[in-house]
Design a protein around this ligand. Structure first.
Ligand SMILES: NC(=O)C1=CN([C@@H]2O[C@H](COP(=O)(O)OP(=O)(O)OC[C@H]3O[C@@H](n4cnc5c(N)ncnc54)[C@H](O)[C@@H]3O)[C@@H](O)[C@H]2O)C=CC1
Ligand SMILES: O=C(O)C(=O)COP(=O)(O)O
Length: 526
């Protein structure tokens, strides 16, 4: 077995590979072309954030079985292509938490007291006390965006600095926040209250440029911004404008949308400080992530259980054969729920009926479901191995029941999910053993494929509702591919399911919601 190691991974990790008899080649700073040219002879590759493991790289790698990330973020790895090609992606999520936490505190203090600017001025021979009057952290409000491993560590340390800590993280429970002494608030309230805002979430499609012109406009005058998570979450051009106008008093970035970044306009601003993606760069963290990822890569190459697989379930082949066809359905039902439910998720109850009740192992199906649910947002780290742990840490109760008998279906997977705002129940089955369908939504019988976009519209069963909805959607040039209405009694509550060829804009959803007799509208993309 041979593993290619790039991006200055600590020697201690390389030693682990060598001790286990794995061949290692270290090649730093490879371009994509160079990587494509050499990758074919390797069974594994270990990277940090600088090497991009793209679809093209993987296509040039017929022997590649595992990609190891000596760190947390896997946004430089094309995980979906890896999954399609059966390549396991593993990361080392815990080893650099402290390093990034402490770096965030260092950035916050540096920002408050102008350390880098004062240091540079003094070294240029000027003793200037007046120019660098700072602010104290004590009694200031810190807004944490993303209260995960690093966000929690920052919260604890901010308390020691006597700061008031609020956070925005829609995926953790009130209990977890309370244990940390943090008040969870909607994003806009964090914007309104915070004197310092620090970002600690993964970059996803949803939060790209979360901090943009609009966001800065909603913040307190003189707010200070820190990003030690991922470039791209802060819109750097908008930040530049906000720093120039003084709306934002200061900002500290460790990460940039384009890296390496050596010539940003931000660099010319006196109230901007930065580091070159140093969050994880402590001796301790680098040893820890290198050793952890090396052990995981070895396990993956040997076909053993991997703890931190980002993409692949570890299942025995005979169990996989039995439950495999239902795994996709379970994950899709999770995704469906994630988009249907509003509020903070509290409970998931899964009922396995018919043939499903007789399967030897059903836990992986529940895990796939929970993964689908959490993964809609936490795509970078929710995997089949850690999904139950993440759910547990977030205080989400999960129960599973087997029921032998079921009418009409060979196997039925029913999932009830409850949040602080209410609950929904979905049930799905496989038609002809391989065609996943959603067959019940909140007790109404439907038949929805688990692909593409759909609108779920609970309403009162009365004339002029379906037509009104169709007209509104048609006005926006969205084609309706299929429509079904499930109802229990004439004139009572009903649910409309519209399969649509493209997403509907938010204004149209609002317009539909305003139609008399419509109770709600949710867009679900699977
Ligand atoms: N600068 C550096 O060198 C380092 C950067 N990082 C980055 O820091 C970030 C956080 O890492 P961890 O704390 O280990 O991850 P984590 O997964 O433990 O925490 C992320 C938190 O963000 C929340 N979240 C996800 N999407 C969100 C959204 N749209 N809005 C609000 N909250 C959201 C999640 O619920 C979770 O609690 C990651 O992007 C990671 O790649 C991590 C280590 C070093
Ligand atoms: O672990 C992470 O997510 C990081 O951002 C650390 O990046 P690095 O390994 O220092 O290139």
């Amino acid at each position: 077995m041979k593993v290619l190691v790039t991006d200055n991974v600590a020697q201690e990790g390389i030693d682990v590979l060598l001790r286990e008899g794995v061949g290692v080649e270290v090649r730093n700073k490879l371009t994509e072309d160079e990587l494509c040219a050499v990758i074919s002879e390797f069974d594994g590759i270990i990277v940090r954030s600088a090497t991009r493991v793209t679809a093209r790289v993987m296509e040039s790698a017929p022997n590649l079985k595992v990609v190891g990330r000596a760190g947390v973020g896997v946004d430089n790895i094309d995980v979906s292509t890896a999954t399609e090609r059966g390549i396991i992606v593993v990361n080392a999520p815990d080893g650099n938490t402290m390093a990034a936490t402490e770096h965030t505190m260092a950035l916050m203090l540096s920002l408050a007291r102008n350390l880098p600017q004062a240091d540079a001025r003094l070294k240029s021979g000027v003793w200037d006390k007046k120019a660098f009057v700072g602010v104290e952290l004590r009694n200031k409000c810190l807004g944490i965006l993303g209260l995960g491993r690093i966000g929690s560590g920052v919260a604890r340390r901010a308390h020691a600095m006597e700061m008031d800590v609020v956070a925005y993280d829609p995926y953790i429970t009130e209990e977890r926040a309370r244990d940390l002494g943090v008040t969870l608030l909607p994003l806009e309230e964090v914007f309104r209250k915070a004197d310092f805002i620090t970002v600690h979430m993964p970059l996803t499609k949803e939060n790209y440029h979360l901090l943009d012109d609009d966001a800065f406009a909603k913040m307190k005058d003189g707010v200070r911004i820190i990003n030690c998570a991922r470039g791209g979450i802060v819109d750097e051009e908008a930040l530049y404008r906000a720093l120039v106008s003084g709306k934002v008093a200061g900002a500290a970035l460790d990460v940039f949308e384009k890296e390496p970044q050596t010539e940003s306009p931000l660099f010319s601003l006196p109230n901007f400080i930065c580091t070159p993606h140093l969050g994880a760069s402590t001796r301790e963290a680098q040893v820890s992530v290198a050793v952890d990822v090396a052990e995981e890569v070895i396990a993956a190459l040997r076909g053993e259980l991997v703890k931190n697989a980002v993409n692949i379930p570890s299942l025995k082949p005979d169990i996989l054969k039995e439950i495999g066809p239902y795994l996709g359905l379970a994950e899709k039902l999770g995704r469906f729920h994630a988009q249907l439910l509003a509020g903070r998720l509290k409970r998931i109850e899964v009922t396995y009926s018919g043939e499903l009740a007789r399967f030897r192992q059903i836990d992986p199906l529940t895990t796939a479901l929970v993964k689908g649910l959490l993964d809609t947002i936490l795509q970078e780290r929710v995997n089949y191995v850690n999904a139950p742990v993440i759910a547990r840490n977030r205080g989400i109760e999960i129960s599973q029941t087997r029921v032998d008998r079921v009418e009409d279906y060979v196997g039925l997977l029913t999932v009830k999910a409850a949040s602080s705002e209410g609950e929904h129940e979905l049930a799905g089955t496989l038609f002809r053993g391989n065609d996943p369908r959603v067959v019940f939504i909140d007790g109404y019988r439907v038949d929805a494929v688990t692909e593409g976009h759909m609108l779920i519209i609970p309403h009162i069963d009365r004339p002029r509702i379906i037509g009104a909805v169709g007209t509104l959607i048609g006005q926006h040039d969205v084609n309706i591919a299929a429509m079904q209405v499930g109802r229990k009694v004439i004139g009572g509550r009903a649910v409309m399911v519209l399969m649509i060829d493209s997403p509907v804009p938010p204004e149209t959803l609002e317009a539909i919601r305003r139609v008399d007799g419509i109770l709600d509208v949710r867009m679900v993309s699977l």
